[in-house]
Every structure is written in C-alpha cells, then in structure tokens.
Design a protein around this ligand. Structure first.
Ligand code: NAI
Length: 292
C-alpha cells in the first residue's frame, strides 16, 4: 500500500455510469471489472465480435469460484453491449481504450465530445501517448485525464492517474474517487514517457534479455529474480506482455533502435509470447513450460 494514497478518493462516489470505448484486451476487461464493482457499464467497439469476446471473458470473471451466483448475474446485467455508443450521452465517465494511435484517438474525441454530458470526464488508457498530444483539438481539454490500467486488469491493483497542470481539479478528484470506488489503488503520475511503472520496468526487462544474449538461460534469470522476491521473473513477464509490445516499449523508452538479438530472432519467427503459444518459453494451458 502506497503511503498517502488511500483506496478511497477525497470525494464520495462520483461515477454511476461508465462508458468504455474499445472492447479489446484492456477495454473489455476494464468494463467487466467496473460492472463487477457495481457500476452500470456500456461497452462500445467498432467490431461487434470484440464486444462478444469481452462479454465471454467477463462471464468467466463473474463466475469465479466463491462468488455468489446472484452477484455474478447482477454484474452481467450491469454490463451492456453498446456497439453504436448510445451510452456516451448518459455516462459520467467515458474511458477510451482503443488502438494506440494519436490520430485515431483524436478523431474519436472530436466525434464524441459534443455528445458528452456536462461535467462528464473523458479518460484515456493510453500507455505511451502524452495527454498534451491527445487533448489538442478538444473543446474542453481540461476534462481529459489518463487512467492507465495494467494487464490483467482483474489482478493488477494499481491504476496510474496521469495528471497535467492544466487539468480541472474537479476532474482529478472525481478520477481518484472512481479508482477508489472500483477497489484499485490510484498512483498519481505526470504525463512523461512510460509514466512511472513502465519507465522502471522497461530497462529491467531489456537488461534481462541482454543476459539471455550473453548465454544465460531464461529459466536461470527468472529463478534468480523470483528468489530475490519478485512475483514473476522478467522473461516470463515479457512473454506475458507480448514480445511485440515489449519491443515497442523498449524502443520508445530506451531510445535505442536495436533491441536484444534474442528478442528480434523470436519476433522474426512470429513468437509473440503467451498470446501466440510460444515466446521465450512454450506456453501450455496459459502457463509457461520451463526446463529443469
Ligand atoms: P486492442 O487492439 O486489444 O483493442 C483495441 C480495440 O479498439 C479493438 O477492439 C478495436 O476494434 C477498437 N477500436 C479501434 N478504433 C475504434 C474506434 N474508433 N471506435 C471504437 N472502437 C475502436 O488494444 P489494447 O491492447 O486493449 O489497447 C487499448 C489501449 O490500452 C491502448 O491505448 C494501449 O496503449 C492501452 N494499454 C494496453 C495494455 C496492454 O497490455 N495491452 C496495457 C495498458 C494500456
């Protein structure tokens, strides 16, 4: 628990209705989590298949062991598929979790801003774009805030709250209240590359791969860091995040054009980690298969 940032925000519950745009890996799971925590959630995506897949994952989350079936049903009832985005007009908070591309995000904001309720907050889950870049073009740029969730949403307690000096203090307060309301831990960060967590993680992961290039087995590196006290070894973490994402983040945050050879050779073979079934480790039943 981080000192000074309690689970409850400074203001009481603010958001009754959350609208999530983008039902991919992150948006779908953010929507499910918010519904589980009692909020009404509308979930929009340009691809109806992604909404259906997200609902499937949400059902599995809601039905987890020890959960009262009535609670699971109520959560499922609160998660509403909304391919056309009708929920935007009613939402207290709109969370954007679409493709990581500034132009695509800005185009979406221009379309939806006139539809937002007065006082509604617009949040982005971007992991690498600056808020200054994203809010250019908004009529009310002070209502954009970053809410950076981590993958997998249901297991990761931290949410980075990305602030800028120009931000409306009411927006900030409501964002902290929302993060507390869904039982996550808000961490205030500035709009700088990698925010805080990824800025620290990127060199750690790159250094672990440089050890692989020097001939140390992935299993040895992971075992060492587990013994040190990390909850997961860095190489397994790279497999979990995805080797393509690790490369993009590594390039952006280190400024180096060339990445470790062990990463490039696997990417050339389309070995992306857990999501493709093979990365530094082969994956079976969602678990890495380690030697010795
Ligand atoms: P994804 O590719 O799984 O999902 C993006 C979804 O947005 C797709 O389903 C796509 O159909 C939809 N979409 C794109 N443009 C749209 C539009 N104009 N209107 C409606 N739907 C649209 O991407 P993912 O990984 O969920 O990432 C989403 C955001 O979350 C990005 O900003 C990314 O940087 C951020 N993020 C990703 C993390 C990860 O581990 N994948 C972790 C933390 C943040």
């Amino acid at each position: 628990r981080l000192k000074g940032y309690g689970k409850k925000g400074p203001h009481a519950c603010h958001s009754g209705h959350v609208h999530v745009i983008g039902a991919g890996v992150m948006g779908g799971d953010i929507a499910a989590w918010c519904a589980l925590k009692g909020l009404t959630v509308t979930l929009q995506d340009q691809d109806r298949g992604r909404i259906a897949a997200a609902q499937g994952r949400a059902s599995a989350l809601f039905a987890r062991k020890k959960r009262d079936p009535r609670e699971a049903r109520a959560a499922a009832d609160r998660l509403l598929p909304d391919p056309k985005g009708d929920g935007i007009r009613r939402a207290d908070l709109v969370i954007e979790a679409i493709t990581e591309d500034a132009d695509i995000k800005r185009r979406l904001y221009a379309q939806i801003e006139p539809l937002l309720k007065p006082g509604a907050i617009l949040a982005t889950n971007t992991s690498s774009l600056s808020l200054e870049t994203l809010r250019a073009g908004l009529q009310a740029p002070q209502r954009l805030i970053g809410l950076h969730f981590f993958n997998p949403v249901a297991r990761m307690p931290l949410v980075e709250v990305v602030e800028t000096a120009e931000m409306d203090p009411g927006v900030k307060a409501a964002a902290y209240a929302f993060v507390g309301q869904i039982d996550k831990l808000p961490l205030p960060v500035q709009s700088t590359p990698g925010f805080l967590v990824n800025a620290v993680l990127a060199p750690y992961m790159l250094e672990a791969m440089r050890c692989v290039d020097e001939g140390i087995k992935p299993e040895t590196i992971d075992a060492a860091m587990l013994a040190f006290g990390m909850p997961m070894g860095p190489i397994e973490l790279i497999d979990t995040v995805g080797l393509d994402i690790a490369r993009d983040a590594g390039r952006q945050l280190s400024g180096a054009a060339s990445m470790p050879a062990c990463l490039e050779t696997r990417l050339a073979r389309k070995q992306l980690g857990r999501k493709s079934g093979q990365g530094f480790y082969p994956w079976k039943n969602d678990k890495p298969v380690k030697q010795g």
